[in-house]
Design a protein around this ligand. Sequence first.
Ligand SMILES: [Mg+2]
Length: 217
Amino acid sequence: MIRKVLISDFDGTMTQSDFYQLAIEFLLPAETPDYWADYRAGRITHFEALRRYFAAIRATDEEVLAVVRKMNLDSGLAAAVRNLRQAGWQVVVASAGCDWYIRRLLADAGVSVEVHSNPGHLQAGQGLQMVMPTGSPYVSATLGINKTAIVQHFLADGATVAFAGDGFPDADPARLVPQDLRFARGDLAQLLEAEGLTFHRFEAWCDIAQVLLQRSS
Ligand SMILES: [Mg+2]
């Protein structure tokens, strides 16, 4: 049987907001340096920028969890994943963020899917400690989890592969999939548009499921 796989980014794709942006707004001391600018200027990696922000968090577990909930996971996610599964689509989360909040949000929503992300844990006085994945076949020195390698793995397997994302690290994997299976919003949409590449624009994750379900019927 030919498999159909939707590989999805998490922050800003399954959720409306990125954890690191909310962390800057609500959890970080005002004097925290602009690590995102350092990343965009090529001075530090994407992984290092997120790692520094997360480690700079100085808040109680309850305060951090309240911010995780502010990410606003798509309320229709569980139903959409179920419908996709019935139509033969497997959903795989591929995130250069941290699996600590991803697994928590998915579990709270009753969603059970394969997750590839960077491990981490909250540590009193040291924020969210994110580390490079170990034991994963999909590792990038600059991103931690390597989404491109995940897409390549399923393509090599002969699967039909869709990809959805919203950020700069999503550009390489998005270019690898067919245009009618490419979903983008935010920075990724802008970037693909500038390259003249075709994609489906989405607002909420459920929109992606809708397009794929119509396609399979
Ligand atoms: Mg994202």
